[in-house]
Design a protein around this ligand. Structure first.
Ligand code: NI
Length: 407
């Protein structure tokens, strides 16, 4: 296909024309959030919209996922090239929400107690539907296929991406690239940020049960105190990141939950500890798991207790394919302007988008949703909010990126 010089302008016009409906889609999704792997109404809503747009899809993928297929029809446009005819570009949005109570205030506040779109997946989904509308309108102007992946359960291990891939999301025919985005409240609305290469960490959940022998706090010599064992263990485990990890390989071991359910005068029988291990190197990742097990066990044994360690292996690291990332960055500059496209450093967040990158060239970028000049609340916070103008921008940008990749 030949991407006309007017394409960015044309897409911006469509974006503006559809902005009202895209925002309405987001507000509906925001009002009716659903937790990971329970996104039945969300999926039904997405399918209803795809029906209205006349875009064919398959639902029930990996449980509650939806895969839509948008076929370019450049035959109808004489003069349009066929270069992209065999190509398939996948655009991915995650659709699940979080177990967070949204405070009252927004006119389209969550109607489901204890569930909130606090990670912006409502924005990702609405923007992808918006891109579907734009691309459907433009379908006589491109050849090739844009596959829309509405993926369930990004927030909960094992995630929905693996199931989507196993169900064939990237095959028949195979995709040439996968593009995904995530809202970032630290980035002002209007801007997007890219990073080539390693972008996000692998993540594994660590669960440790320290067993001792509880009893009266006044007679510690007759008990085996799992609280003191846990205190030693938490300190000892930090030598994994400070002494065992290669200083040039980022590693994080954080424990956010320590439950010693005794009392001021009762030593409990056991302590439950929960944490997260994140790194960027796969070999070191599994070595570190062994070290966590060994140190926990030997520390507890040396003090007369026991430690059971369970490590739930989560997502691999997100690596943005350099060639694709560079092409998308250039396309974003064409669409948004030089000043609006920035570089962002990698971080120890995690994302199951990582799995797509293991199968095909993939790029995950950040979408600015922050109010300029304000200390914006982070994602996963009940105070998280987004500037809604990001949605139209995101749907236009996704469309443009897909079409440049097909060209
Ligand atoms: Ni998220």
């Amino acid at each position: 296909m030949s991407i006309s010089d007017h394409l960015p302008e044309h897409i911006r016009e469509l974006t503006e024309r559809y902005a009202g409906e895209t925002v309405a889609l987001r507000r509906h999704l925001h009002q009716y959030p659903e937790l990971s792997f329970e996104e039945h109404e969300t999926a039904a809503f997405i399918c209803e919209r795809l029906d209205e747009l006349g875009i064919p899809y398959q639902s029930g993928v990996a449980g509650t996922g939806v895969i839509a297929e948008l076929q370019g029809d450049a035959d109808a446009a004489p003069g349009a090239g066929k270069a992209g005819a065999a190509k398939v570009v996948a655009l991915r949005a995650d659709i699940d929400a979080l177990p967070i109570q949204e405070p009252a205030g927004l006119p389209f506040c969550s109607q489901r107690p204890g569930v909130m779109h606090a990670c912006g997946h409502d924005i990702h989904s609405a923007a992808l539907l918006g891109a579907g509308h734009i691309l459907q309108t433009l379908r006589t102007q491109f050849a090739g296929t844009v596959r829309l992946l509405f993926q369930p359960a990004e927030e909960r291990i094992p995630g929905g991406a693996l199931g989507m891939i196993q169900a064939g999301a990237l095959r028949n025919p195979s995709v040439s690239s996968v593009i995904g985005e995530h809202v970032n409240p630290d980035l002002p609305v209007g801007k997007v940020a890219f990073h080539s290469g390693f972008f996000m960490a692998s993540v594994d959940d660590v669960y440790i049960t320290v067993r001792g022998r509880g009893g009266h706090a006044a007679k510690p010599h007759q008990n085996i105190d799992p609280v003191i064992i846990s205190a030693h263990l938490l300190s000892s485990l930090q030598q994994i990141v400070s002494r065992s990890a290669d200083p040039l390989v980022p590693s994080v071991l954080s424990f956010g939950r320590v439950i010693a359910d005794g009392a001021h005068n009762v030593i409990p029988n056991e302590v439950r500890i929960e944490g997260t291990f994140r790194t960027t190197d796969d070999t070191w990742r599994y070595e570190a798991h062994e070290q966590i097990r060994r140190i926990a066990s030997s520390t507890a044994t040396s003090m007369g207790g026991e430690a059971d360690v369970e490590i739930r292996v989560g997502y691999p690291s997100v690596v943005n394919e350099p060639g694709l990332t560079e092409r998308l960055r250039c396309a974003a500059v064409e669409y948004l302007g030089q000043d609006q496209v920035v570089d962002t450093p990698p971080a120890m967040w995690a994302e199951d988008f990582a799995y797509y990158g293991r199968e095909a060239p993939a790029c995950f970028y950040n979408l600015g949703v922050g109010t300029p000049g304000v200390d914006n609340a982070p994602v996963h916070s009940p105070s998280f909010q987004a500037e809604e103008s990001c949605i139209a921008l995101a749907s236009g940008l996704l469309s443009y990126l897909a079409l440049t990749e097909l060209s």
